[in-house]
Design a protein around this ligand. Structure first.
Ligand code: ATP
Ligand code: MG
Length: 277
């Protein structure tokens, strides 16, 4: 689905922002892209969706080389929710905004309407269809961007910090959407600074450090390795820090923690280990 080989990029007049990036990702993966501010995550997403072309190396999406394929063709395979959703909102109503993708697809009017209605329903925006998107609060604006991408049913979704600014209900809604899209066989690339969110959803973590690949592994292996988390400037999720603080194996799921806790050796009672912070 997605192949990145030897990719480097620099903005005009600047230094290299990305160097020697390579990875592959396939259907049904939730690939978390992590790293400190300025590490190059959003730039990499713009290389994946073809808005920027690599200075060196190649990016291939659904068999299309991004350097040789017009963005509008790439956008049929790959949809992006940008870090600032305002940058992708152009229409005067939520309905028209979400209809933009389906209108440019070979679909019947009934299919287009069905796509829009479903996307609005899944994002909690059905009652806001006639509102101006920029009159909505930040969370709903973000969901307008999410709905617009869902309505195009792309093979891959790129989500740049989609959970930022969402309350618990919004985060849960977003989580449900991501899981549904994963189950439907889409590839999801999730840029995220919230490691609890990453730990719940990611099937894989790719970390960038100063524009280079610092890790590409399973979430458990990533978070359990302090060298990797330090390179990406992230902290392991609370549950893992609790487990390791108690001298138990590193885990990301409460059920695994409970099992390890209940089967811990009798010689290591809880009161003899130092509490973790
Ligand atoms: N349009 C641009 N022109 C020049 N330099 C840019 C541009 N956009 C980003 N950069 C620079 O490229 C580097 C990587 O930026 P990028 O936005 O990709 O980082 P990021 O990992 O997404 O950071 P954040 O977590 O803060 O969103 C930074 O040094 C940034 O200043
Ligand atoms: Mg960014």
């Amino acid at each position: 689905m997605l192949t990145v080989e030897g990719v480097a990029y620099r903005y005009p007049g600047g230094d290299d922002v990305l160097q020697d990036i390579g990875f592959r990702a396939g259907a049904g993966e939730v690939l978390a892209l992590v790293g400190r501010n300025g590490a190059g995550k959003s730039t990499l997403l713009r290389l994946l969706n073809g808005l920027r072309k690599p200075a060196r190396g190649t990016v291939t999406v659904a068999g299309m080389n991004t350097a040789e394929t017009p963005v509008h063709r790439l956008s049929q395979a790959i949809g992006t929710v940008f870090q600032a959703p305002e940058q992708q909102i152009f229409h005067a109503t939520v309905q028209d905004e979400v209809m933009f993708g389906p209108r440019n697809r070979p679909l019947s009017p009934a299919e287009r309407t069905a796509r829009v209605d479903e996307a609005l329903e899944r994002t909690g925006l059905s009652d806001f269809a006639r509102e101006h998107p920029l009159d909505l609060d930040q969370a709903r604006r973000r969901f307008v961007a999410v709905a617009s991408v869902l309505a195009t049913a792309p093979a891959a979704l790129l989500l740049d910090e989609p959970q930022r600014g969402l309350d618990a209900a919004g985060t849960a809604r977003l989580e449900t959407i991501i899981r549904q899209e994963q189950t439907a066989g889409r590839l999801i690339v999730l840029v995220c600074h919230d490691m609890e969110f990453v730990a719940r959803l990611a099937t894989r973590v790719v970390a960038l450090s100063q524009g280079r690949l610092a890790a590409d592994c399973a979430p458990l292996a990533f978070f359990a390795d302090p060298t990797l988390t330090a390179a990406a400037s992230v902290e392991a999720p609370d549950l893992m820090r609790l487990a390791t603080g108690l001298g138990l194996p590193p885990v990301l799921r409460p059920a695994a923690f409970a099992q390890n806790w209940l089967s811990r050796p009798a010689s290591a009672p809880a009161q003899q280990v130092s509490p973790c912070d």
